[in-house]
Design a protein around this ligand. Structure first.
Ligand code: IMP
Length: 213
């Protein structure tokens, strides 16, 4: 039986204001309020794990241990089939232009998308023409007593070139979700938020941990 969240407050292990707003909206109907890691002056650990789930667990664990509150963390990225799942956990790093490796360093997703297209071109030249990909989101809820649970969400689609659309962020202009002929960059953000990898992971979390059962 999945453990339910009975506490009324949780900490979001992220300094991203957009994510905080999205998650606060999502858990409010269940009487849960959210504080950010920033508000509690928690530092962000280095993402040293080799999977989305590993990094989400690491971030949630650190925040729960430091705050004494249940903590929620996510880790996400793009996995391209013909690139054996790359850029994967390095999705943000492929956009770095200053080589710093630091969170908050200079990022240019035009450069990152060009790299994806170049590497897909190299694969295609060798006969591997598959342009399918998926966005993945791992979401971890960790309790201060050491317990934790992790959910993975995904949205499948294909990489297009040239990139299209001005909405969203990251690789959105290059990603056409299955069943649509527009990219995430062209899609209304409200619509994207109902079909995205993050929505998929959140729905699983809410169904398992928040909804009475
Ligand atoms: P993070 O999990 O917020 O650190 O995101 C990691 C990276 O994955 C982002 O910087 C983006 O490059 C990529 N990414 C994750 N989710 C999305 C998305 O919904 N659209 C486009 N890119 C994404």
């Amino acid at each position: 039986m999945q453990r339910r969240l009975t506490e009324e407050k949780l900490v979001l292990a992220s300094h991203n204001a957009g994510k905080l707003r999205e998650i606060a909206d999502l858990v409010r109907p269940y009487g849960v309020t959210v504080v950010s890691a920033g508000e509690l002056n928690l530092s962000e650990p280095e993402e040293t794990e080799t999977s989305f789930s590993g990094n989400a667990i690491l971030k949630a664990r650190v925040a729960a241990d430091a705050s004494g509150l249940p903590a929620l963390a996510d880790d996400s990225g793009l996995a391209v089939t013909a690139l054996d799942g790359q850029p994967g956990i390095f999705s943000a790093r492929w956009a770095e232009t200053d080589g710093s490796g630091a969170a908050g360093g200079k990022r240019n997703f035009g450069v990152a998308m060009e790299r994806v297209e170049r590497e897909l071109g190299e694969q295609a030249a060798g006969g591997r023409t598959d342009r399918s990909a998926r966005f993945v989101c791992a979401l971890c809820l960790a309790w201060p007593d050491g317990d934790q649970v992790v959910f993975e969400g995904e949205v499948r689609g294909r990489m297009v070139w040239p990139p299209r659309g001005l909405h969203g962020f990251g690789y959105d202009p290059m990603f056409e979700p299955d069943g649509y002929d527009i990219t995430f960059g062209e899609m209304n953000p409200d619509k994207k938020h109902t079909i995205s990898h993050r929505a998929d992971a959140f729905q699983k979390l809410v169904a398992e941990v928040f909804e009475a059962g």
